[in-house]
Every structure is written in C-alpha cells, then in structure tokens.
Design a binder for this molecule. Structure first.
Ligand code: BGC
Length: 755
C-alpha cells in the first residue's frame, strides 16, 4: 500500500514538474511572440542552406547573412563545425532585432564524422540497443560539431530495391522498422533535448515515400488505407510515440495530394489522431515542388502547405516570399502563422538555445570527441554486426591467417565508396579500406597480394552519375583485359581469393534509382574468371541496396554482404573474414531473384490461387520463382543453429492473458555465435486478407559451440491486432499459426486459437 502511495506521489510530482516546465515555456514563447512582427514570425519558418556542403537539389539560398540579420531565417543547414556555426549564430544573436538563435540542422544519417554503416546495414544487426547507441554516438559528435538537429531517422518502409533510398531506412518490415525508429529517436534525443550531447531528431519522410511507383525516386504513391495503416505508417507512429521532436514531410503525393500540402496527413492524422506536438518541416524545396505537382502557383502552394499544418519551409522560401500577402488576402490566417512559429520557437526552447545560443558550439569538445578512438571502435563494432553471410560452403571461412590470399576487386582497396550515401560529414580519407584492414587484423606476416581486377563499372555515363560528389568510380587507364590478367595471375598463386565488388556509394541513395540492379558487367566478368581458376572465392559485396545476385555468385565459396560499412569498414570486414567475429546479421530486406519479381517481400498474401507448380492457373511467374533469392530474416553464420521443440504453453490464448512460446535453439557447429530468433504469426481467418507471415518478436541470442538454449516469447492478444476495414485496431478470434525460425522462410509452426 505504502509503495503504491509512493509511486502515485512520484507520478504526480513528475507530471506536475512537466506541467510547470510547459507553463514556463509557454509563458516565455507567448511573451516573445507578443514582440514579434508578422515578418519576424514568417522569418522563423524559413530554413535555408548557404550550399557550402552538399545540396540535395538544384536550389541553394542566397544573401544568407543579410537574411539572418533581418530576422528572415529560423534555421540553417549545411553549416557544420563550431567555427562556421558560431559565425552564423553571432549574426542571429547580435544583429537581428529579437536576437532569436538559429537551429542548425544536417543530414546526420549514419554517424557524423565517424561514419557508421548505411542504415539498411545497421538494421541487419537486429540489435535495437546497438542501434540506439549508434544514434547517441552520432548525436554526441554532431553536437560537438555545432549541430542541434539531425534529419534522421528515415523510417520509410521500402520493398523496391530499385529505389536508391532503401539504403537510408530499415528495410521492409513495419514491426522491426518501428522498434528501430523508436531506438534511433531515443538515441538522438537522449533523456533531455537540453543536454549538450543530444539533438532534435527528425523522422522522415512523412509519408509513404518508400512506395514510390516503380522505385523511381520522387514518384507518385497510391496506396489503400488498409496497407498504409498496417504496413507503412507504423514506424512513423512509433517515432511519434517515442517523442520525436520534428517530422519531415515527403516529396510524393498521397491520395492525389502532395504530402507537404496534405491536411489529412499532417493535421488530421499526425497531430489530431496521433497527438504529435512537435514541428513539421518540409523536405528540400518540397513546398515549391507542389507547383510541379500542378497544385497552383507559389502563393497557392505555400498557403496550402501552412494550412495543411506544415511549419517550416526548407529552401523553397515560399513562406518568406508569399505568406504576408496571403495573410492580407485572407488566404491564410494569423493563427496558421502563429501555430507554425510557436512550433519552431518551442524546438529552440527545448534545446536550451534561448538560455545559451552557443550551447552546441564548443571547439574543445569537437577536437576531443569527433572521430575519437572510442567512436571509431563503435563504428567497427556496429559494422561487424551489420554484415550478412549469404552463402557459405562451411570450409572456406573463416580465413586462416597463414593462408596466401589474393585480394581482388575494384572495392578492395578503395576509400571513396565505403562511407556510403549520405555521409555528408564523413571524410573518405579517414576510412580504412579492406586491404589495410586485412593487414591490420592478419598481422605483419600476412601473405596477401592485391589487384584491382576490374572497374566498378566500365560505363562512363554510370561513372559520371556516381562521381557527382567526388571520385567514386575511377575508370582505370589500363584496359579491362590487362586488369583481369593481373588479377588472375595473383589468384592462381594463392590459396584463397577474396573478391570485393559491388556498387559505388552514389549509385544508391537519393536520386539513384536503377532499373538494373545486378552486379555491373565488369564485375561479373571478373567473378566468372576467378571462379574458373578453381580457387575458393569469397565474394564480399558492398552495396547500398539488395542487388540481384542470381547467377553472379553461383561459383562462390562464400558471400558476405557488407553494405557500405562506414569509416571502419576494412577493419570490420577483416575481423569477420578472419573469424575474430562470427557474422550474425540477418536481412531486413529481401534480395530479389530477378528485377521482374519486384516488389518481393516476405509478408505477401496467399491470393485466391496459391502457388502450385502443377497448376497453370496459380499465382506465379513462368520464368522465376515467387520467392526472393535471399528472404527477409535470412543470414548464415560460421556455425549452424538448429531449431527444435516448439511448444506453446496453451493452445488457447485469452484476451488479457498471454501464452508462452518456447523453442530450443542449439549451436551444433564449431564456433560460438549469435542468432536472431524470429517469431511470426499467421491469422488463418481474417476479415481482411492477411499476410502469410507477420513478424511479432525476435531475440538475438549468443550460444557457445555445442550449447542449447530454450528461448521464450510471451504472445498476447494485443500482438495479434491489425487495422480492419473500418481502420479500427482489433484482433479477431480464431485460429492462428505461431512460427519460430532463423529466417522468414524456415520456421517451425504450431497452431493455437485466440478466444
Ligand atoms: C532529402 C532529405 C534531406 C534533405 C536535406 C532532401 O533532398 O530528401 O532526406 O534531409 O534533402 O538535405
């Protein structure tokens, strides 16, 4: 009893403190607003970039200093580093009339100066604590570097690997995507936004951007509400529930209305239904792009955006140029402008910028904490956990340090591509290529020879696109044949070949859609020639997306998918190849068998004519399987894990109670290792057609060689809920299959009934 009273009073105390804090903030902002002119309020809604770093569209802002001094800027992005940030903040704080400090944002996407693997890679760790930690390390570095706002995490569900931006998200599954979204938000924002080493997270791109038709970037999205609610919206919602401070609207339209001017999306759903209390920012020029979407002229689209609920205008300067006139013409109200301004000011207040505009500017901290040894160690660890072993003959890996190794491939000794897309603050020169990593881990006596073997691509037009932000594809002066012969001569004298191939970093990411996602012809030719030597070939693939590997890896002894793994890529790859670490990543996005199958994802529906090889009139392709080459949840290890004895504590689940699902996982191989144990369900009769499998839980467990463990999950009625045709979140009584396995394809299954 006493305990309960104590808990209750702590609860009351906690909420009264929060209330008092809110009241203090409201009073401060009201007082400030009462001094602001309409122009100054509109100025706060303007987010611009001087374009000194990488601009992501064709527009950059002009007269930035003057605009800041005149109170026409609320925040900047692309200004990074204590010195530059201080210069800009000085202008806001010393020259503008009301001295309102600026926000400083950046695309801190996977690490900051210390670059981690691309987000799709990190998600393959299935380790939410590690993912949260990665965001907190990034926040620490970014704030030491003057920033207070990260345009991350991207939580767009992505099922079309032609879309280059799959690199930036967590793959195809809403359940896993939601947990990762929440972990990232908590990692960036920590316990308090006012702490010096935390910053505003920005969930993006709201919404459904990952479902662009045909995988072509910026393309239209058209989706039923049922699919939206069940499969695409959950990660954004999870981020809101985790307290994300800001949200970025997406480029695409939804139900015929561009997201940046979509009132249903930004106000009815996000604010009213989900209770989002933070600030909404547009994507880069996405307000202006509504003109191209044929929504009207710049006056019209800017008014539409603010009325839809969008607070801050990134780069278009449509708010700055038109809102005052629209106010006079009564096309927008002062309440619209006030609401948006309050959102921007609240974000600044929560960061503590009004108390100390220089809170995030600390050159001494930057010198000590940026690219520190411990951050590099974190990058190495995170990278190792992100690798997925796709194929293995169970004898070639791990490599022996005494073996003679031929290290071959255009990405084997390359510093420029490892950081991956959206590494705006990463320095390729600080990254460790595979050759160097192999020498570091293999030791002084390592017998290793290197040859480039091929260009990443021989196609100059592809190379040109890959080289927009600096040299990524370096087409060799030697002929392809000369390079190949050199590679073959070292391969023939080696015990084992390690071939490092894949995509250039800028062939994935924004505006990097591809209709052919096979390995480039130059690399395929190299691999074939290497297989023909009869030596065991370990293929290491660096890419920003699931590639179509059918055929290209048929002769490989082992295939390790490493993504673009960041600053410490080379060391991390060597750690895994030499067996210092046993790979344990599992795919979070299916690898298609062919482009023609796309979209291919594990949670597809059965259809009225389930696949039947003997029935022409069943759902299938003539010339390809229905299933992915490597499905969601798949990933091998140097050891083997065997699943047995799936048990349910009861064959009936009653609302309000739970049943225990237990499985025994045994490590039957020779190496210690980690396994991601995955729990799926199938709702056997549902009012709306269900996916054949839905992920409901997972645990990453460590097992010593020879060890067995009983793994338990609690299954509750809440876990079986979904959005029905009326968009109510319900479960429906009836039969379910409960499945556990080491991938979405290989599971043990038992049935039970929900009462
Ligand atoms: C991208 C966003 C990014 C923004 C700012 C846009 O082109 O879509 O993800 O945050 O640019 O760089």
């Amino acid at each position: 009893m006493k305990k309960r009273i104590l808990c209750l009073s702590l609860f009351v105390l906690f909420f009264s403190q929060i209330n008092a804090q809110d009241q203090k903030m409201n009073a401060f902002i009201n007082a400030l607003m009462s001094k602001m002119t309409v122009d100054e309020k509109i100025g706060q809604l303007n987010l611009i970039t001087p374009g000194s770093d990488i601009p992501t569209g064709s527009v950059v802002s002009t007269n930035v200093e003057k605009k800041i001094a005149e109170g026409n800027v609320g925040g900047l992005f692309g200004v990074i580093g204590p010195e530059k940030v201080k210069q800009a903040q000085d202008i806001a704080v010393n020259k503008s009339r009301l001295k309102i400090p600026l926000l400083f944002g950046s695309d801190v996407i996977h690490g900051h100066r210390t670059t981690f693997p691309i987000p799709l890679g990190i998600s393959c760790s299935w380790d939410t604590a590690l993912i949260r930690y990665s965001a907190s390390v990034a926040a620490n570095e970014a704030t030491a570097d003057g920033l207070n706002w990260a345009f991350s995490p991207m939580v767009d569900i992505a099922r079309d690997p032609r879309w280059g931006r799959v690199a930036e998200g967590s793959g195809e599954d809403p359940f896993l995507g939601s947990l990762i979204a929440a972990a990232m938000v908590k990692g960036y924002q920590g316990n308090s936004l006012a702490d010096k080493n935390t910053l505003l997270a920005c969930v993006k791109h709201f919404a459904l951007y990952g479902a662009a038709e045909g995988g072509r970037d910026y393309n239209s999205v058209d989706m039923s509400k049922i699919k939206m609610y069940n499969e695409y919206l959950p990660p954004y919602k999870a981020a809101v529930d985790a307290g994300v401070a800001t949200i970025m609207s997406s480029f695409n339209d939804i139900d015929g209305v561009p997201a940046s001017g979509n009132k249903w999306l930004l106000t009815d759903l996000l604010r009213t239904k989900w209770g989002f209390k933070g600030m909404i920012v547009s994507d880069y020029t996405s307000i202006g792009e509504m003109v191209n979407h044929r929504q009207g002229d710049i006056n019209q689209v800017s008014a539409q955006a603010i009325k839809a609920g969008l607070d801050m205008d990134m780069v278009t300067e449509g708010y700055l140029g038109t809102l005052k006139k629209s106010l006079q013409e009564k096309k927008v109200s002062i309440a619209d402008i006030d609401r948006a301004c309050i959102m921007v000011l609240e974000a600044k207040y929560k960061l503590g910028l009004f108390e100390d505009p220089y809170r995030y500017i600390d050159a001494a901290r930057a010198a000590k904490e940026v690219l520190s040894e411990s951050n590099r160690a974190a990058a190495r660890k995170i990278a190792r956990e992100s690798f997925v072993l796709l194929q293995h003959d169970y004898k070639t890996l791990p490599l022996k340090k005494s073996a003679s190794i031929a290290l071959i491939g255009p990405l084997a000794n390359d510093k420029n591509n490892m950081l991956g897309t959206w590494a705006v603050s990463g320095d390729p020169q600080k990254s460790i290529p595979v050759l160097e990593g192999m020498k570091n881990v293999g030791g002084a006596g390592l017998n290793i020879q290197f040859a480039k073997g091929a260009n990443i691509t021989d196609d100059p037009s592809l190379a040109k696109q890959a080289n927009v932000f600096g040299l990524r594809v370096d087409i060799d002066k030697r002929s392809p044949d000369e390079m190949l012969q050199e590679a073959l001569s070292i391969a023939k004298n080696a015990d084992v070949v390690v071939a490092v191939v894949g995509e250039a970093s800028e062939l994935s990411g924004e505006a990097a859609s591809r209709s052919d996602i096979t390995l480039p012809a130059s690399e395929q030719k190299l691999l074939k020639a290497l297989y023909a030597t009869g030596k065991p070939v370990v293929v290491v693939i660096m890419s920003g997306r699931p590639l179509v590997l059918t055929g290209a890896i048929e002769g490989a002894a082992a295939v390790l998918q490493t993504w673009h793994a960041g600053t410490e890529a080379g060391n991390a790859i060597a750690d895994v190849l030499f067996g210092e670490v046993n790979p344990s990543g599992k795919l979070t996005m299916s690898f298609p068998y062919s482009v023609g199958q796309i979209p291919v994802y594990y949670s597809q529906k059965r259809t009225g004519r389930p696949i039947d090889p003997n029935n022409k009139f069943s759902t299938k392709y003539f010339d390809a399987p229905n299933e992915a080459l490597f499905p969601f949840g798949y990933g091998l290890s140097y050891t083997k894990f065997v699943y047995s004895d799936l048990k349910l504590s009861s064959s009936e689940l009653v609302k309000g109670k739970s049943i225990e699902v237990e499985v025994t996982v045994s490590n039957t191989g020779k190496f210690d290792g980690a396994e991601v144990v995955q729990l799926y369900t199938l709702d056997k009769v549902r009012s709306i057609t269900p996916p054949e499998k839905e992920l409901k839980g997972f645990q990453k467990v460590y097992l010593k060689a020879g060890e067995s463990k009983k793994i338990k999950f609690a299954l509750t009625e809440e876990m079986l809920r979904f959005y029905n045709a009326a968009l109510q979140f319900v479960s429906e009584p009836g039969e379910f299959s409960v499945m556990i396995g080491g991938s979405s394809k290989e599971v043990l299954s038992k049935d039970m009934v929900l009462k």
